[in-house]
Design a protein around this ligand. Structure first.
Ligand SMILES: Cc1cc2nc3c(=O)[nH]c(=O)nc-3n(C[C@H](O)[C@H](O)[C@H](O)COP(=O)(O)OP(=O)(O)OC[C@H]3O[C@@H](n4cnc5c(N)ncnc54)[C@H](O)[C@@H]3O)c2cc1C
Length: 809
């Protein structure tokens, strides 16, 4: 062990070893991994070693595919066997909803390039002979499934890294990490202190505890998980003899089981509904290469189902029970990346499927450290998708909820109940009394729709149109016909001040900054010229700007803003969170309503489109921007949170004469579709460039230099590879959700980013990316929704207000 390294990786599980390998592969050979005990002595050694590409986020699915394809490479680079058995696997479903889900997963695999097949139950049984056909309605064959030797694989990563110059130090515990004033880190171990330019927390079971050494409370929790291995089963032996190959992997979704052959028996794992956390507050340091005592009682219901679904298991003896902890993030996806406000500190924790995800996590993190960018769209794994709201109690509640739902469907309109309500604005109780149906984003409760006539605001979960369809339709119509009000406190709001505020923003954002009293829309680009943000910028005063953006990306954007602030304090940026709240009013009567409520001249001359000014609305001092994501004539009204209730009261009273209706987030998402407007994390993500996304008109290449300008210029000149296209889809009773394949002339050529029913226009709409060469085609498009292809026609002009006269008039 040396006294100085470029990077120190803490933790020698599969994830730490993968990070080490990828750093060394990228040319950072002055790197060292510190392991408390032996490699694999956290959760890695007792894993079942299964892998697959299945993930709710297609970008994570791609990185899982990378991981699986990596095993051959690290075997060659290390000379160490990984024991990979690429058996393929069947996914079994027992009800219609799951079957629909499987059809969608299969469809998505078309553009991911994973050759899954939907197969009959009979066909599935040929590959997985212990199942009872009568328990299932359908299956999917997944070729990229299998299992490996967890220890061999981890050692293969470590050896391959060593072969490229990296060092591995075992039997050395890191007891503290302290940052020096120059930004480098002291990594304090039982065998001395190391100075490192970068620290990577791959602490696995102790990821949270290692984080605490740097003053972080990372949102991870370990859960105690069990699988069992049966004695030899005659059914397995007979199958092997008859076919000459082993039984394939199996995920039985409704049984909540995963299974595979282990020697001449079966390995059966299960996620029980009421999972038990391991060490909910502090993980013990003396836990090493140990297992928890078997507890078959807690999985008794699941085992009963296993015996019903796969009767041969009921006759098999149990040879071994593996019961051990492993770490999860609140939504089940890993937490990777740099930490906001802590330079050169990186995490790769909560990796719950280390053998499906470890390779991709290592690659993305190493790219990020070396290039300043992960090189992929890792939003779904980015540690910055959580903010300060994700404290220990939140995390523990969410992880327990997620664990119990591991094999359950989360419907696109489903709002999960754990850890709620957490963040609320002053309007929460009032909206509750008005029968709002709430959803939570970034921990904040937001009204999705309002149940009329005293009905309970309960939305039935479905992949199709829900009971809220007609309600959302009437909210949309009310906006377009008169005026609606919606709370927009969930948007992220930032204040940028200082004598170089304008110069700094102009270097950070791609568009020109607005003059005082005006708004401008601006993308934010990374160094490669790809989209990492999409904002409305308001110039409130000479040295004060407000920026409005996506609420869920607040920590993500603050990390970028703070990471690019000058050191001399010339510019200050602060996230206003729920301290600044907002209401939007939109629709043809919104001008008259606001004029009445404020007594101000709201004419187009006095308050034109994109104007931004301070004004009193009755008693309430407010900042008002003439802009609305509904695409209609409309205003966003921003106030300090203690004025919100009063403002709402003033607007509702003034609105009574205009038939003011409340609308929620669902209606907003429908209304924006009628303008062909995309949203952050759907249409706008770091895999797309601004011209591809149709935001080119907001990129001012001729202004001062700005981050991503060269990349944007190259994209403009080359035209980009992809193009965002808006379609109307000929469906009757179903709409896209997102991630459906787009077909053209019988071939899958793109994917849907979002869509739904545009209620005012009365059309089903989808937005998605297709290759640029095909984007101009007027015919030949189809979109596959739940296993059926529907004709789709490009909708070049917005369905609502195509010339903008209503919005600007
Ligand atoms: C029963 C069970 C079955 C599973 N089955 C599968 C499966 O089939 N497929 C799959 O992909 N995943 C499976 N998993 C999950 C898998 O084990 C994890 O995804 C994986 O082990 C995570 O690896 P890691 O490197 O992040 O963490 P860990 O393996 O926990 O590694 C962390 C390492 O960091 C070291 N460390 C921590 N703190 C310090 C410190 N302060 N100083 C020095 N060293 C430190 C630890 O000693 C440890 O070796 C299973 C887990 C369990 C419990």
């Amino acid at each position: 062990m040396k006294s100085h390294y470029r990077a120190v990786v803490i933790g020698g599980g599969v994830v730490g070893c993968s990070v080490l390998y990828h750093l060394a592969k990228r040319g950072w050979s002055d790197v060292c991994l510190i392991e408390r005990d032996e490699l694999t002595s956290g959760s890695t050694w007792h894993a079942a070693g299964g892998f697959h590409t299945l993930n709710g986020d297609p970008n994570v699915a791609r990185l899982q595919e990378y991981t699986i394809n990596l095993y051959r490479e690290i075997e060659e680079a290390s000379g160490q066997a990984t024991g990979v058995h690429l058996t393929g696997g069947v996914m079994l479903v027992s009800n219609k909803e799951r079957w629909d889900w499987l059809k969608m997963a299969h469809a998505r695999n078309r553009y991911l390039g994973v050759a899954t097949e939907l197969i009959s139950v009979k066909e599935a049984r040929k590959r997985f002979p212990i199942m009872d056909e009568g328990q299932f309605v359908g299956a999917m064959w997944h070729p990229l499934e299998g299992h490996l030797d967890p220890s061999g694989t981890t050692h293969a990563f470590a050896r391959a890294a060593r072969n490229k110059g990296a060092e591995v130090v075992r039997k050395t515990r890191v007891t503290d990490t302290r940052q020096r004033p120059d930004g480098t880190w002291d990594v304090i171990t039982g065998h001395g202190t190391i100075q490192a330019e970068h620290v990577v927390n791959c602490g696995g079971l102790w990821g949270r505890e290692v984080g605490r050494m740097a003053g972080l409370e990372l949102p991870v929790l370990c859960m105690a998980h069990q699988f069992l291995i049966t004695e030899e089963m005659p059914e397995v032996v007979a199958f092997n003899k008859e076919t000459g190959h082993e039984i394939v992997h199996c995920i039985d979704f409704d049984g909540e089981l995963y299974m595979r052959q282990e020697r001449t028996g079966m390995l059966v794992g299960t996620y029980e509904p009421h999972g038990q956390p391991w060490s909910p507050r502090v993980a013990p340091w003396d836990f090493s290469s140990e297992l928890l005592a078997p507890d078959l009682d807690k999985i008794a219901d699941n085992l009963e189902r296993a015996f019903r679904h796969h009767p041969a298991l009921a006759r098999a003896g149990i040879k071994n029970v593996i019961h051990g902890p492993f770490a999860f993030g609140p939504d089940g996806n890993p937490l990777i990346g740099p930490i906001r406000g802590l330079s050169n500190y990186w995490v790769a924790v909560g990796v719950m499927a280390g053998f499906s995800q470890g390779g991709g996590v290592g690659l993305a993190l190493a790219n990020w450290m070396v290039d300043g960018d992960p090189g992929f769209d890792v939003w779904a794994m980015d540690v910055a998708r959580y903010g300060a709201f994700a404290n220990m109690a939140y995390t523990n509640a969410k992880v327990i909820e997620n664990y119990g739902r591991r094999f359950r469907i989360t419907f696109p309109n489903e709002e999960l109940p754990a850890a709620r309500p957490l963040r609320t604005t002053p309007l929460y109780d009032r909206f509750k009394a008005m029968n709002a149906c709430f959803g939570a984003a970034f921990g904040l409760e937001q009204a999705l729709w309002f149940a009329p006539g005293g009905k309970k605001p309960v939305e039935k979960v479905t992949f199709r149109r829900s009971n809220a369809f007609a309600i959302v339709a009437s909210e949309c119509r009310a906006v377009r016909a008169g005026v609606g009000v919606m709370e927009v406190s969930g948007y992220a709001k930032y204040e940028v001040t200082g004598n170089d505020a304008e110069g700094w923003l102009s270097r950070l954002l791609a568009n020109r900054m607005p003059p005082q009293g005006k708004l401008a829309l601006s993308p934010m680009l990374n160094e490669a010229g790809k989209l990492i943000g999409d904002f409305t910028v308001a110039k409130a005063a000479d040295e004060r700007f407000y920026i409005f953006g996506s609420g869920v990306a607040e920590a993500y954007h603050m990390r970028w803003f703070e990471g690019h602030l000058p050191d001399d304090g010339r510019v200050r940026v602060r996230a206003l969170g729920a301290a600044m709240c907002g209401l939007t009013i939109a629709g043809p009567q919104s001008r008259a309503l606001l004029a009445g409520a404020s007594g101000e001249d709201m004419s187009n001359e006095a308050m034109p489109f994109l104007a931004f000014r301070e004004m009193d609305i009755g008693l309430v001092p407010a900042r008002v921007g003439r802009i609305s994501f509904t695409g209609d004539l409309g205003y966003e009204i921003w106030v300090a949170s203690d004025y919100l209730l009063t403002l709402h009261g003033i607007l509702t009273r003034a609105g009574a004469d205009f038939g003011l209706a409340h609308f929620g987030g669902r209606a907003l998402m429908s209304l924006r579709l009628e303008k062909n407007w995309g949203t952050w994390a759907r249409e706008y993500r770091p895999i797309y460039g601004p011209y591809e996304a149709g935001l080119g008109r907001f990129v001012a290449l001729k202004k001062n230099d700005f981050i991503g300008r060269d990349g944007a210029l190259r994209e403009k000149e080359a035209g980009g590879k992809l193009a965002l296209v808006c379609f109307t889809v000929e469906t009757r009773d179903v709409d896209v959700i997102g991630d459906e394949p787009i077909w053209h002339d019988g071939k899958v050529i793109g994917w849907v980013t979002s869509g739904g029913f545009a209620h005012w226009a009365g059309k089903s709409v989808a937005m998605g990316y297709v290759p640029r060469e095909i984007a101009a085609a007027e015919t030949g498009f189809e979109i596959e929704i739940i296993g059926k292809r529907y004709k789709a026609s490009p909708q070049r002009q917005p369905l609502f207000d195509p010339d903008g006269s209503r919005m600007r008039g």
